[in-house]
Design a protein around this ligand. Structure first.
Ligand code: IMP
Ligand code: MG
Length: 173
């Protein structure tokens, strides 16, 4: 059964906004060395694109967590499937996510990372669904706020499909 995907945010809009966020991050971290942490798999496309526009030196690390949800919603229970390769103590850390929905995944993850004593810890997300927030999460950089609809593309999947779309779309089941 094939779903239809309708464009919500075009390829050009996404690309332009990422360049803008990268400029803001470059300005904030000027003279410093940024350590970016991507939450797999969804954050990969955004983080790599964002990093290409940065004018500050940066390094990248990856983490994978499962949130025991069904296809469309996360449940709040989180397990670390793949931890970071490197310690973050004393580093300027920026967590890069695809989307913040209930906020449960990120509030858990940020608490865990705080315990590792980074010099600073900030959060950057391509998409935010503020209406859906259950856990309190402070977002430092947001690409776009979206309504409470299930979106795909630019890293976001529906049953592991559509991550590779260069735009943000809505799945029509
Ligand atoms: P949270 O813990 O509810 O904030 O869930 C965040 C995670 O749920 C994201 O990292 C995504 O993997 C997934 N998610 C939430 N909303 C969507 C959506 O609209 N499309 C695809 N994945 C989503
Ligand atoms: Mg994700």
């Amino acid at each position: 059964m094939a779903e239809k995907v309708k464009v919500m945010i075009s390829k050009e809009e996404v690309a332009g906004r990422i360049a803008e966020i990268a400029a803001a991050i470059s300005a904030e971290y000027e003279g410093r060395y940024l350590h970016m942490i991507c939450v797999l798999k969804g954050g990969v496309f955004f983080m790599t694109e964002l990093s290409k526009h940065l004018t500050v030196p940066c390094s990248l690390d990856f983490m994978s967590v499962s949130s025991y949800g069904n296809a469309m919603k996360s449940s709040g229970k989180i397990e670390v499937l793949k931890d970071l390769d490197e310690p973050i103590e004393g580093r300027d850390v920026l967590v890069v996510e695809d989307i913040i929905d209930s906020g449960r995944t990120l509030s858990y993850l940020l608490e865990m990372l705080k315990d590792r004593s980074p010099k600073s810890l900030k959060l950057c997300t391509l998409l935010d669904k503020p209406e859906c927030r259950v856990a309190d999460v402070h977002v430092d950089y947001t690409g776009f706020q979206v309504p409470d609809v299930f979106v795909v593309g630019y890293g976001l999947d529906y049953q592991q499909k559509y991550r590779n779309l260069p735009f943000i779309g809505v799945v029509e089941l």
